[in-house]
Design a binder for this molecule. Structure first.
Ligand SMILES: O=C(CO)[C@H](O)[C@H](O)COP(=O)(O)O
Length: 213
């Protein structure tokens, strides 16, 4: 079985801090994610900068698109995004637009199941419509209310959709191996890396745990 990928969520608003953090963690992670607040604050210029500085990492832009899928996502793919996210609560046409833009740029679309009521139904239809990645995601506000992504991961993994499953929502060194064993093929980590005394050491430790899972 292929090793799971680690995705680092760059959730700072500051352009230079984002680049500096990426420099520390890039050797240990596969995907550099420009978080939603960060991409809104910094825009396309940050995609271009990360793409040129980190050619060995995939770049995910967490657009969380809600409308005008193809129109919104296309410039980000053209700037070098390997993956853009679109909300699973959006219209089927919106998700289809991001999938179309991804395919036109040899890239991938991720459907984010955050706040979706019937996650199994949306994931099944999205996979049928060509989405390459399904994102099981407990957002920061839901985490603050005590929620975790693990029950949702079990539900989505049980569908055997043949697409990659990304999991985000407060993952850390205590939960990351069980998350991989439960079917995640991409594990997303934000606070457990950027909040550590040494983000590089934290990322290195997570790399070892994921590779051993
Ligand atoms: O997309 C996000 C919030 O919407 C975060 O980037 C994602 O949840 C990962 O961060 P953390 O590990 O701190 O939960």
């Amino acid at each position: 079985m292929a090793k799971a990928l680690i995705q680092m969520a760059l959730d700072s608003l500051d352009f230079d801090q984002t680049i500096a953090l990426a420099e520390q963690v890039a050797p240990y992670v596969d995907i550099l994610e420009i978080g939603t607040p960060c991409i809104k604050y910094n825009g396309l210029e940050l995609v271009t900068a990360l793409k040129s500085k980190f050619p060995n990492n995939l770049i995910l832009v967490d657009l969380k698109t809600m409308d005008a899928g193809e129109y919104e996502a296309t410039p980000f793919y053209e700037a070098g995004a390997d993956i853009c996210t679109v909300l699973g609560v959006s219209d089927k046409a919106t998700m289809g637009g991001v999938i179309k833009a991804a395919n036109a740029n040899n890239a991938e679309a991720q459907i984010d199941l955050i706040s979706v009521k019937d996650k199994k139904a949306v994931a099944t239809e999205a996979a049928r419509n060509g989405a390459q990645i399904i994102g099981v995601h407990t957002g920061l506000d839901a985490q603050a209310a005590g929620q975790t992504p693990f029950a949702d991961l079990k539900d989505i993994a049980s569908l055997n959709l043949g697409v990659r499953i990304s999991v985000a929502g407060g993952l850390n060194k205590n939960t990351i191996q069980d998350t991989v064993r439960a079917g995640a093929t991409i594990v997303v980590v934000g606070a457990a890396i950027y909040g550590a005394d040494s983000p590089a050491e934290a990322a290195k430790e997570l790399r070892a745990l994921v590779d051993a899972a």
